[in-house]
Write a protein that binds this ligand. Structure first.
Ligand SMILES: [Zn+2]
Length: 121
């Protein structure tokens, strides 16, 4: 079980990531609206559509990541953070620092990736 100090460390880390992500999302949104105003040419509009699809995909990814960060913060509150949801073992600290939203220890993650490969996912 992780002590209070470590939990606080990861709470800060997750909040930092969250702020960064929210900043990115806001930038994307304001960029989208300001560009639309001065593009009267239809061909430019087509390019804009492509750009926008791309941006929406990014935002979709960001949205998912934001959800994961919020879940991780909840796990910190419930003091279940850093415990593998499959085997119940502690997740290595180095792994958590690299990927603070992870819910799987490295062994279970590898197993999951192998399963996905077998299933062709
Ligand atoms: Zn595990």
């Amino acid at each position: 079980m992780m002590n209070e100090k470590k939990l606080n460390y990861f709470r800060d880390l997750l909040h930092q990531r969250l702020d960064e992500l929210l900043g990115e999302v806001n930038k994307t949104v304001s960029g989208m609206t300001s560009r639309e105003d001065n593009l009267p040419d239809p061909s430019d509009r087509a390019t804009l559509e492509v750009d926008r699809n791309f941006e929406l995909r990014i935002r979709d990814r960001e949205r998912k990541l934001i959800g994961k960060i919020k879940e991780a913060l909840e796990r910190i509150d419930h003091k279940t953070y850093g415990i593998c949801e499959v085997c119940g073992e502690e997740i290595g600290e180095a792994r958590l620092k690299a990927r603070p939203v992870t819910t799987l220890c490295i062994d279970c993650k590898k197993k999951q990736e192998m399963d996905e490969k077998v299933k062709g996912l």
